[in-house]
Design a protein around this ligand. Structure first.
Ligand SMILES: Cc1cc2nc3c(=O)[nH]c(=O)nc-3n(C[C@H](O)[C@H](O)[C@H](O)COP(=O)(O)OP(=O)(O)OC[C@H]3O[C@@H](n4cnc5c(N)ncnc54)[C@H](O)[C@@H]3O)c2cc1C
Length: 458
C-alpha cells in the first residue's frame, strides 16, 4: 500500500519524511529539478574568499527565516541540522517603520510605547496609547467574517492598523489587512478575546505556555532545510511532474512524466493553480474555487553596498513601509544585520520586497525601473551615499503568498469532501502559510494517514 504525494516543497517533503520514519510506503513527485518549492537560497556575486566555488552574497529568493520553538529545533536536530543553525541576532527584535519622512523605531515594550526611544518622540499618539492600555476592558466581540483591520480597529485604533499591523502584514504575508480574515490568519486572537476578554491578557497568560519561539536560518541559507529532508528520502522523484490523476478502485492512478502508478491515498502538496488543474476533471467546483484564491506577485531585490557608504546604523530587523505613506516597496530587511555570514563584514545586504496585495503593479515593473526605485528608497531612507549598489539581484514571484481572505474559506469544504475519496491536502493555502505551520500540518497529516486503517505497512 502506498501514499502518493505531489509536490516537494516544505509541506510535501516533511510529510514524506514523517511517513518514512513510520515505515509507511510513499512516492513523492516533484516537477522541478530541486526540492524546496518557494525555499531557494543562492550564493551570488563574485567568488567568496573562504569558498571560491560560490559567490560571496547569500540571497534568499523566498523565505528568509523560520520561527520555531524547542520542538521544532529538536526535529531539525533529527535531520542533523543543529550545527548549521544560525540564530537571528538579538538586535533584530528592533523594527523600524516609515513615518513622517523617516524610519522610526517601533516601541518594543510598555516603556518605549509610553515614552519613545532615545531622543525620539513617542511613536504612537496618546489616543492609541490609551486604547492599548484600555484594551483589557474592551467588551466588544468579533462578528463573523471580521477582517484583521476591523479586528484591530475595534480593539485598538486605526493608527495601530495603519502604522503597525498594515506594514507587518504586507511585509510578511504580502497581504492587505482590510481583506485578510482574523479567523484565518490569527485565530489565536479570537481565542484570547473569547477566553480572556482581551488579546493583551491572553498574550500575557500564554507567554510561558507557548514556549519561547526563536527566529533562525542556516549557514548556507534556508535551502539547507529542504536539501536535508530530500537527502533522507528514499522515494523522492525529482523532475517528474504529475500530469493527471484519476480515481481507480477506491485509490488514485497517478500519471507522471515518467510513468503511471496506483496509490491508495493521494496528497496534494502543490499551490492552488496546480491543484486546480489536477482536480478539474473530477471536482469542477473545487477547481473553480481553487482558481479564486489570490496570490499577489512579489519581487525580492537584494542590494549590497559598502558599509562605509551607509549612514544608518542598521541596528534592527529592517524598515517597513505603511501603505498610507505611499512608499514604493513593502519594506526592506537588513539581512546582514539579522544573520551572520550573508556578506563580507565590510559590506551590507538589504533584501527589499516590492509588491504584495496592496501594491501589485510595482512588483511587475521592468528590472531597470524597479532597481532604480529601490536604490532611491534605500538612499533616502537609510542614508546610502553610493550612486548604485556594488551588486544587485532581482528575483520575481508571479504568485507569492496565498491570501487568507474569504476565498480561502470557500475551499475548506471541498477539501473535506475530497478526503472521503482518499484525496488530501497538505499545502500553504490550507491551515497556515508559514514554514512552521507547513511543517506542523505535515506532521499531523502523517499521523492521521498512518492511523488510517487502509494503510498496510511494508
Ligand atoms: C517571497 C516569500 C517570502 C517568504 N518568507 C517567509 C519567511 O520568512 N518565513 C516563513 O515561515 N514563510 C515565508 N514564506 C512562505 C513560505 O515560504 C511558503 O508558504 C512555503 O514555503 C510553502 O511551501 P509548500 O510546500 O506548501 O508549497 P511550495 O513551496 O509551493 O511547494 C509546492 C511544490 O509543488 C511542485 N509542483 C507543482 N505542481 C506539480 C506537479 N504537477 N507535479 C509535481 N510537482 C509539482 C512545485 O514545483 C513546488 O516545488 C515566504 C514566501 C515567499 C513567496
Amino acid at each position: 500500500m502506498t501514499i502518493g504525494i505531489i509536490g516537494a516543497g516544505i509541506s510535501g517533503l516533511t510529510l514524506a519524511y514523517e511517513l518514512q520514519k513510520q515505515g509507511i510506503n510513499y512516492r513523492l513527485w516533484e516537477a522541478a529539478s530541486q526540492p524546496g518549492g518557494y525555499i531557494q537560497s543562492q550564493w551570488e556575486g563574485p567568488p567568496a574568499t573562504d569558498n571560491p566555488e560560490h559567490g560571496k552574497y547569500l540571497c534568499e529568493i523566498g523565505p528568509n527565516s523560520l520561527l520555531g520553538d524547542a520542538d521544532l529545533l529538536a526535529w531539525l536536530d533529527g535531520l542533523g541540522l543543529t550545527p548549521d543553525l544560525t540564530f537571528s541576532r538579538p538586535v533584530s527584535k528592533v523594527r523600524y517603520i516609515f513615518r513622517a519622512g523617516k524610519y522610526r523605531q517601533l516601541p518594543t515594550g510598555p516603556l518605549s510605547l509610553l515614552l519613545g526611544t532615545f531622543g525620539e518622540p513617542s511613536f504612537f499618539s496618546w489616543k492609541t496609547k490609551l486604547a492599548i492600555f484600555r484594551e483589557r476592558t474592551n467588551k466588544t466581540h468579533s462578528p463573523p467574517g471580521e477582517t484583521l483591520a476591523d479586528f484591530f480597529r475595534r480593539r485598538f485604533s486605526s493608527e495601530l492598523v495603519d502604522y503597525a499591523l498594515g506594514p507587518f502584514v504586507s511585509g510578511i504575508y504580502a497581504g492587505d489587512p482590510e481583506h485578510l480574515l482574523v479567523s484565518e490568519t490569527f485565530p489565536i486572537l479570537l481565542r484570547y478575546e473569547k477566553e480572556y476578554g482581551s488579546v493583551l491578557r491572553g498574550l500575557i497568560k500564554n507567554q510561558s505556555a507557548t514556549g519561547r519561539r526563536q527566529s533562525f536560518s542556516f549557514r548556507n541559507g534556508m535551502q539547507m532545510l529542504p536539501n536535508a529532508l530530500a537527502a533522507n528520502l528514499t522515494n523522492l522523484l525529482l523532475h517528474d511532474a504529475v500530469k493527471l490523476i484519476s480515481p481507480v478502485n477506491g485509490g488514485w492512478q497517478v500519471e507522471t512524466s515518467t510513468g503511471t502508478r496506483f496509490v491508495d491515498k493521494l496528497v496534494l502538496a502543490v499551490g492552488t493553480d496546480a491543484a486546480a488543474r489536477l482536480v478539474e476533471p473530477h471536482y469542477a467546483d473545487f477547481a473553480r474555487l481553487l482558481r479564486q484564491v489570490i496570490y499577489p506577485p512579489m519581487t525580492a531585490v537584494h542590494s549590497i553596498y559598502k558599509r562605509t557608504d551607509v549612514r544608518h546604523p542598521l541596528n534592527g530587523f529592517g524598515g517597513l513601509n505603511p501603505k498610507i505613506e505611499g512608499r514604493f516597496s513593502a519594506g526592506h530587511i537588513w539581512s546582514s544585520s539579522i544573520f551572520d555570514g550573508r556578506c563580507p563584514a565590510d559590506e551590507v545586504l538589504f533584501t527589499t520586497f516590492v509588491g504584495g496585495q496592496t501594491n501589485t503593479r510595482n512588483a511587475q515593473l521592468p528590472d531597470d525601473v524597479l532597481a532604480d526605485k529601490v536604490h532611491q528608497e534605500l538612499a533616502d531612507g537609510f542614508g546610502v551615499m553610493a550612486d548604485k549598489p556594488v551588486f544587485r539581484n532581482i528575483a520575481r514571484w508571479e504568485r507569492a503568498i496565498p491570501q487568507y481572505d474569504a476565498g480561502i474559506v470557500a475551499v475548506k469544504q471541498p477539501v473535506k469532501t475530497a478526503e472521503a475519496d482518499q484525496l488530501f491536502v497538505c499545502a500553504n493555502w490550507y491551515g497556515g502559510v508559514s514554514l512552521s505551520d507547513c511543517i506542523g500540518k505535515a506532521k499531523k497529516l502523517a499521523t492521521q494517514l498512518a492511523d488510517s486503517p487502509r494503510i498496510n505497512n511494508f
